[in-house]
Design a protein around this ligand. Sequence first.
Ligand SMILES: Nc1nc2[nH]cnc2c(=O)[nH]1
Length: 459
Amino acid sequence: MTDNVRRLDLRGQTLVASGFHAPVRGTIDWLEDALIAIDEDGLIVSVTRPGEAEYEMAKREAGRAGRLATLPAGTILLPGFVDLHIHAPQYAQLGRGLDVPLEVWLHRYTFPLEARYADTAFAGRVYRRLVDDLLANGTTTALYFATAHVEASNLLADICLERGQRALVGKVAMDDPAGCPDYYRDASPEASVESTRAVIGHIRAMPGNAKGRVLPVVTPRFIPACTDAALQGLGDLARDCGCRVQTHCSESDWAHGHVLARHGMTDAASLDRFGLLTAGGVLAHSNFLTADDMDLLVARKAAVAHCPVSNAYFAGSVFPLKAALEKGVRVGLGTDISGGPIATMLDAMRGAVMASRMLESGVDPDLPPEQRSSRAGARIDFRDAFHLATAGGGDALELPVGRFEPGCHFDALAIDCEAPQGGIRLWGTEAGDDLLQTILYTASRPNLARIWVGGAQVG
Ligand SMILES: Nc1nc2[nH]cnc2c(=O)[nH]1
């Protein structure tokens, strides 16, 4: 890296860099030696390419003012990744317990673990490690489920702000004695609402958070864990507080079947009755959405967090991603820690491509190819996956992140394609989309040389 870049803080600087972004799904935009001007708040002011009238003049002026930073050859700039679904407390069981169904996993492993976050010392230890690891893996924005505890949820928000991660944090609401254990649930529907309100108040009042780097989210765990009174109270709270909503939707046959049996309608339809399908809101998984559900999500501008790796363990099906995209549903990608035993969005992208390929081809080798699947055209490729993990996640959350455009936060990764410990090996023939494909499929943590959120280097 040049001396200039060693200063690390790109606020108020103009960066000369080459890299990729995917503002429009399916198309990769290559920026070669682009000038990215960033203001003191870390927002992109302009992106100028060689050949444009102002390019040489802007470069000269930034240089004269000592505000020109340059990335070294071999470094590729990408937008930071947006993880649209992650359970922060479950980092402490990453890679465990995935050999049982969702409903068993929740009661045998997950609720006992999450109950331990009554201990804020334990919570602090896990959350600091998690946020640092996610930043190092390129996750510059994360949409978090915390636990049912107010103090530990507040602490997660504090840690995200302290470490510089853009984050949305939800205190988990779960009050139904029929779906939650006695040792880990809100005492009543009113307690679900009031404790959620307390965390919203804490996050909005955090010193240093005036610009909303960390945002609160109303977070009913899922319908099987919540009473109707809590769901209604949380929908009202989201409306009154102007908060985004996140929850799980139609994840597995069991979860989907529970809602059909209890409410006589799908998750999406039922959540909508309670005011829980909202613009900027996110439904995790949503594997069993009907065509009508998809129309409803489009009408409400609510998004799906597609979690391909976790779905392989718990869903028993593959999310019909392409069908949802073609209907206009907003979609981003999630790791779903720890339903997904991965802490990097690179694996979420790889998983999304792989799952879509299997959905398209079918998987039963005893069937002839033409009978193996009824999902022709279901595949996506690395271009779509890259869009979903960056700009798509930003669009889902209605946040200006995930693309290099004026008005967007400069949340970005410098990929060192020559890091000896990293997975990328280039042979001099890779260029254009091929180079991006190589990076996305082979990069590992040592390749992520620098991470910026809002123009400031983090991690
Ligand atoms: N994958 C997943 N699904 C859920 N449904 C309700 N809670 C959870 C959870 O923690 N993880």
